[in-house]
Design a binder for this molecule. Structure first.
Ligand code: C5P
Length: 401
């Protein structure tokens, strides 16, 4: 594998004793490694050992003039191809999730645009605490990768999840993230989440799409070096690292945002669950219950929304356009019909009748349905994995042209 520049951030847990071995493993793989420590980490591992194994001076202080003169924290953040946080304590994960930057390590983690991999290590109860899990969920949704922790005997005397993964395992996970910048120089447009079609001032018609699939796709495109515009419908997900986000609510707003970004985009992936219909007249006031007599029915008149995917596919040029299809039965046939009708390059189809995949969950089982009639069935994968597979296919498709 190509050598890369890996910045190792070490926070203050007992597992910090594994850091020098991790540095050696990464160096053996040919990478350039620099280390930075939190003040607490220095109590567990000596900067001198890290300096000896990395062959580089160790960064410890945000305001040390000597170190700042050599390389400032932004310089360090920009230098890295990957920032590896090992061990990652509960405290550092919390700081990352909330964007704190009150020491060198947290400031660099906030400033970097490089991918980040964290290897958590902590007491089993700290790990399973909802606060830690919520922080991790936030970080993962932003595209931060995680490895471990593993189960076993913990330094604190407890048994359970909390051990930092072995340096060899962490190094392997790091290698997996050092993907080539294969989409460098390209603009990628991704839509995600459901739309909400207003009924009145407070109510809307919407659907169960969480946006997770589209957000994973945007994160993957950014990881591969693309300039990404993410048009996000109704979702509470945080913006993935390095992605420009445009928030919309209705299908009509989504259409505007997509058309605005379309001209400059080489690749468009429409993962949003766009409502097919909207109420004809959205009242700008709240419709009151008293407007109806008791037992009286109310009719909501709906009109079709424009099909954005179909509209942009008709003006495709040499762009690559991918659509999604959520189907509850006859998945392949329905996706093939959709592909023909919409005229895009690929349909990613998922069977929403499965409970373990699709809406709201972190995993997805999809089929790639091609215009040639070929159908590829992927196994159940994390949505990040589906995103990686999708871009592998898109890149191949573009190479063949
Ligand atoms: O027709 P259906 O909604 O099942 O098609 C799904 C695909 O079409 C998705 O890629 C979705 O983002 C896109 N779509 C669209 N505009 C619509 C409806 C769906 O772009 N009005």
């Amino acid at each position: 594998m190509e050598p890369h520049r890996i910045l190792l951030a070490i926070s203050g847990g007992i597992a910090a004793y594994k850091a020098p071995e991790l540095v050696r493993t990464l160096k053996r793989d040919g990478h350039e490694v620099r280390c930075m420590l939190t003040p607490e980490a220095e109590r567990f591992v000596s900067p001198l050992s890290l300096q000896a194994v990395s062959g580089e001076s160790v960064r410890r202080d945000l305001f040390d003039p000597g170190e700042e003169g050599e390389i400032d924290h932004i310089g360090l953040a920009d230098w890295a191809d990957l920032v590896l946080v090992a061990p990652a304590t509960a405290n550092l994960l919390a700081k990352m999730a909330h964007g704190l930057a009150n020491d060198l390590v947290s400031a660099v983690l906030l400033a970097t645009r490089a991918p980040i991999l964290v290897a958590p290590a902590m007491n089993v109860n700290m790990w399973s605490h909802p606060a830690t899990q919520a922080n991790l969920e936030t970080l993962r949704a932003r595209g931060v990768a995680t490895i471990g922790p593993e189960a076993g005997e913990l330094a604190c005397g407890w048994e359970g999840l909390g051990r930092m993964s072995d340096p060899a395992v962490v190094a392997e996970a790091a290698a997996g993230l050092l993907v080539p910048s294969s989409l460098e120089g390209l603009r990628v447009l991704v839509t995600a989440g459901g739309t909400a079609e207003p009924i009145d001032a407070v109510r809307s018609l919407t659907n169960r799409s969480s946006g997770k699939m589209g957000f994973a796709i945007a994160a993957e495109a950014a990881r591969r070096g693309a300039r990404v515009t993410l048009v996000a419908g109704v979702t509470s997900l945080p913006t993935p690292h390095g992605v420009d986000r445009v928030d919309v609510r209705s299908a009509l707003e989504m259409r505007e945002a997509v058309l605005a970004a379309f001209e400059d985009s080489a690749i468009v992936v429409k993962a949003a669950a766009v409502a097919d219909f909207r109420p004809v007249d959205a009242s700008d006031r709240k419709i009151k219950k008293e407007q109806l007599a008791e037992g009286e029915r109310m009719t909501l008149e709906l009109v079709q929304n424009p099909d954005i995917l179909q509209e942009i596919s008709a003006r495709k040029g040499d762009r690559t356009i991918v659509g999604f299809a959520a189907e509850s039965h006859d998945v392949v046939a329905a996706a093939q019909r959709k592909l023909a009708r919409k005229g895009c390059d690929l349909i990613v189809a998922n069977d929403i009748s499965r409970a373990d995949a699709g809406f709201e969950v972190d995993e997805n089982a999809v089929l790639f349905v091609w215009p040639s009639g070929e159908v590829e069935e992927l196994p159940l994968l994390p949505k990040t994995g589906v995103a990686a597979q999708l871009f592998d296919r898109i890149e191949k498709l573009r190479e063949r042209r």
